[in-house]
Unconditional design. Structure first.
Length: 134
């Protein structure tokens, strides 16, 4: 229902957060591998995301749950910023892994998509703070 909503809307944002969490829960090893590959390119984003090093699969799952819980229990904008930072690190990791992968173009497209998701989440954090996220 919410997947078709604009990325920079409250329903679109909630759907994207839920989709990110679901991906990490289903593929924690892949999430861990891609995140680890992106850390050295995204120091600040890595700190904001709050995932310890090395990023173990179970830690990835815990932090994904923690970010989603922050949507309901903490500051919504902070949860969105953490999710955006997570996306930035994963996008960098996917781009790095594309260099050594047979399906480089698919990974590069996937990295670009993840980067766009992160940018949308960061924009939504700003919209939320202004009271303009509908």
């Amino acid at each position: 229902l919410w997947s078709a909503r604009p990325a920079r809307s409250l329903p679109g944002t909630l759907w994207r957060l839920s989709a990110l969490r679901e991906w990490v829960q289903r593929s924690p090893e892949q999430a861990s591998r891609e995140y680890a590959a992106g850390i050295r390119f995204t120091d600040v984003a890595h700190v904001v995301a709050g995932i310890p090093e090395p990023p173990r699969p179970e830690e990835m799952q815990r932090v994904a749950d923690q970010i989603l819980a922050g949507v309901f229990e903490g500051d919504f904008a902070v949860a969105l910023e953490r999710a955006a930072a997570f996306c930035a690190v994963v996008a960098a990791g996917r781009a790095e892994l594309a260099n050594d992968h047979d399906a480089a173009s698919a990974l590069t497209r996937s990295a670009a998509s993840m980067l766009t998701t992160g940018e949308d989440l960061r924009a939504c954090a700003n919209l939320w703070r202004r009271g303009d996220l509908d």
